[in-house]
Design a protein around this ligand. Structure first.
Ligand SMILES: *Cc1c(COP(=O)(O)O)cnc(C)c1O
Length: 486
């Protein structure tokens, strides 16, 4: 099974090449040329562990990896660094099932993929006979950078370079970045917002003289952002796992369609749910939940994507995004795999800042529903969910919960709970009507209020020294990067 570019002007590659390349040379994203044939036998699947299901899905999508190679990756990715035995856990409120994806090292769903990606990447490099060192370059709105450092930290032949915006990350996220101990991690704050950081990183990735210098030193760039197919595939696993658990608990009959609500930024997590449906997961509706940066809400409701709007720093910062990269992959499938059409949309987005779908393409997106939550609604939702069910959710999950309620979704529904409330303790405490205390005291305050113990991953953070404290302007990034890796 090969991977091809959504823009149709790059050669087809194997899974391992797609993982190494990250983005296709024509600027498109890699998509599977055909869907792998994976047998989803729910009677069997409900007896399997998370790692078993991960093995099944990885084997299907990464078919040039040997069984042994996949087993090694899964062993390393889904081991003792998780504080739940089965990687994810569930919380039920009537028909709504929260799938808690935040029990990994950095307390956000990105760990699910980023604990696997480094091992997929180093294995892929070995398979391709590359002995270049891999430099992971990432702009982060908070969660990607920390999860990427946790995954790539101290992995041989890799360097991990993270730029995060000075404004818009939570105290815990900042502490996670500033105290990262891995010898191969380089972390720098930049003055500006996430879009500024992302733009600057994109220009570094296409900088020819930098690329030449890297090649001289036997290094190559790759990406840990969710455009990498090695990040998307691990996210398919938990939707399959969730469905199998629902069947096991007799919440649904085998084959019954469910809804999936995902708080969205770069559209990676939502796209993984769509991929799951394409290999046989029964889904009725995909519910796309946005914060005040509601470019995707407008897109799904009108067929027009328009990035020309004011970027907002919100209380769900991991979703503060105006150009949602992974949507390109959905356009590819919605257009009937029409790469020329995708190219037109992406060129228009680049040049005019907007595009409008052809009616026939838009019609293929009828399973998608979308709405958004304001910052005030996020706070009210955290309070309401706590009062109704004694359950504390983080601001991103609250965006999803609000939209679920607002759109009046009926039937069994999975909501991706994407971060631990402790990661955004100040916002959550404010929502619950408390005046947040500083730092660790604030976490204790949240633990007391919610009757949930402070996750040990956070306890550890307060024992690590602060090492990375530099803040730079976006135009200094090239210089700083050269210092870090050469
Ligand atoms: C990254 C992130 C999101 C958005 O996920 P996408 O795959 O970019 O849509 C939502 N919530 C949290 C907590 C995140 O870290």
């Amino acid at each position: 099974m090969n991977y091809i570019s959504t823009r149709g002007q790059a050669p087809a590659v194997t899974a391992s090449q797609a993982i190494i390349n990250g983005i296709a040379p024509d600027g498109g994203l890699y998509v599977p040329e055909s869907w792998p044939n994976i047998e989803l036998d729910w009677t069997q699947l409900q007896k399997q562990t998370y790692a078993d299901i991960a093995t099944l899905i990885f084997d299907g999508f990464f078919d040039d990896f040997s069984v042994n190679e996949i087993d090694c990756v899964i062993d390393k990715a889904y081991g003792k660094q998780w504080t739940t035995e089965d990687i994810v856990s569930y919380h039920q409120a009537d028909d709504l099932f929260y799938i808690e994806l935040f029990h990994g090292p950095t307390l956000a769903f990105k760990d699910v993929a980023l604990q696997a990606l480094p091992h997929l990447m180093t294995t892929a490099a070995k398979k391709q006979g590359l002995d270049d060192g891999i430099v992971i370059l990432t702009a982060t709105s908070g969660d990607t950078g920390t999860a990427a450092m946790s995954g790539f930290g101290d992995v041989q032949h890799t360097d991990i370079v993270v730029f995060y915006p000075e404004v818009g990350v939570s105290d815990i996220q900042r502490r996670q970045m500033q105290t990262e101990p891995a010898h191969n991690a380089h972390v720098t704050a930049i003055s500006g917002n996430f879009d500024d950081a992302q733009k600057a990183v994109k220009s570094l990735l296409s900088d020819q003289s930098l690329a030449a210098d890297l090649a001289d030193k036997h290094l190559r760039f790759s990406s840990a952002n969710s455009i990498n197919i090695g990040r998307l595939v691990p996210q398919i696993v938990y939707y399959i796992h969730a469905y199998a658990q629902l069947v096991k608990q007799h919440q649904i009959a085998s084959g019954e369609a469910i809804n999936i609500v995902v708080p969205t930024g770069n559209f990676g997590n939502m796209l993984a749910a769509y991929y799951a449906s394409q290999i046989g997961l029964p889904v009725a509706q995909f519910v796309v939940a946005s914060n005040e940066n509601n470019v995707l809400t407008d897109f799904f409701n009108t067929g027009t994507y328009d990035r020309q709007r004011t970027f907002k720093v919100t209380n769900a910062p991991a979703m503060d995004i105006l150009v949602s990269s992974n949507l390109e992959r959905l356009l590819y499938f919605a257009s009937g795999r029409n790469t020329e059409e995708v190219r037109e949309y992406m060129n228009a987005l680049d040049e005019q800042g907007h595009y409008t779908l052809k009616p026939s393409t838009q019609a293929n997106l009828s399973q998608f529903k979308a709405a958004s939550a304001s910052q005030t609604e996020v706070l009210k939702t955290i309070k309401r969910v706590f009062e109704e069910g004694n359950y504390v959710i983080d601001p991103h999950t609250a965006v999803g919960q609000y939209v679920y309620n607002q759109l009046d979704i009926s039937g069994t529904t999975i909501l991706a709970a994407t971060a631990s409330p402790f990661k955004f303790a100040d916002t959550v405490l404010n929502a619950l009507g408390e005046t947040p205390l500083n730092e660790y005291d604030g976490l204790k305050q949240l633990a007391d209020k919610s009757n949930v113990v402070i996750p040990e991953q956070i306890q550890l953070l307060f024992q690590r020294p602060v090492i990375h404290t530099q803040t730079i302007a976006p135009n200094q990034m090239t210089t700083v990067l050269r210092h870090q890796i050469f």
